[in-house]
Design a protein around this ligand. Sequence first.
Ligand SMILES: NC(=O)c1ccc[n+]([C@@H]2O[C@H](COP(=O)([O-])OP(=O)(O)OC[C@H]3O[C@@H](n4cnc5c(N)ncnc54)[C@H](O)[C@@H]3O)[C@@H](O)[C@H]2O)c1
Length: 256
Amino acid sequence: MEDRKTAIVTGASVGIGRAAAVKFAKEGYNVAIIARGNGIHDVGGEIRKLGVECIDFQGDVGSEHDVKTMVAQVEGKWGRVDVLNCNAGIVVVKPLEDTTWEDFVNVTHINIGGHFLFTKYVMPIMKRQKRGAIVNMGSVSGHVGQTEHAIYGSTKGAIIAFTRAVAWELAKYNIRVNSISPGSVDTPMLRSDIQLESTRTGMPFDEVKKLREHEQAFDRWADPAEIAEAIYFLASDAASFITGTDLLVDCGWVAK
Ligand SMILES: NC(=O)c1ccc[n+]([C@@H]2O[C@H](COP(=O)([O-])OP(=O)(O)OC[C@H]3O[C@@H](n4cnc5c(N)ncnc54)[C@H](O)[C@@H]3O)[C@@H](O)[C@H]2O)c1
């Protein structure tokens, strides 16, 4: 078995997932990353330059075949999985009436399904090790009623509920399961979200951006690296007595 710890990070070609993968690499983990686009290989190159090994897997977290294949590769190469960080997710921002059945199926499939599939296939490895940490990706949308985010918010609420239940199921194997709920984080997802809102409302992009920055007490969005720090903390032994919880990294949004 490989000496170095191993982390799997999903949705790691850009945004929060990319920042988390780089953080684990800087902390000395071998990292396995997955995203649908071929940008995942650029992140793989970036990680290898940090002196650790990387499996950069181009695939879909909503495909059981892809998830099974990737987890088998990780187990075959390193023989261990210390951390699973599920980040991959998509958003739909629309009035509910305009939301299609396809939107619903797509968002629930990827957001909840991706967490389910990775947990299901990593779980046996962590159980065998009698050790592991899983960090899932919620959102403030899973805590507050965010206009035009009904389906997205439902998936995030479901991920937080999933986290609690799996935490209890895996506690006896010394596996901790938690989630993070960020506020607004400056990523391609948020920027395309703001662009859509700007097009729909006719408000300039920068005005919508300002409004969305006001939702955070420090009047700014998070940098993805700030969310990666929180993910790393929950995954690390520093969080050894934390399981079944959701950590809001929202700069006071929900506290207001
Ligand atoms: N950006 C925010 O403000 C914010 C706030 C709260 C929660 N989140 C959550 O954080 C996570 C990451 O968000 P982000 O803003 O970095 O998003 P992003 O769109 O910028 O990046 C998402 C990543 O997930 C990957 N991905 C999407 N669908 C996939 C699939 N089916 N299979 C494999 N990879 C897939 C993309 O390729 C990309 O690498 C998401 O779950 C999102 O819901 C984001």
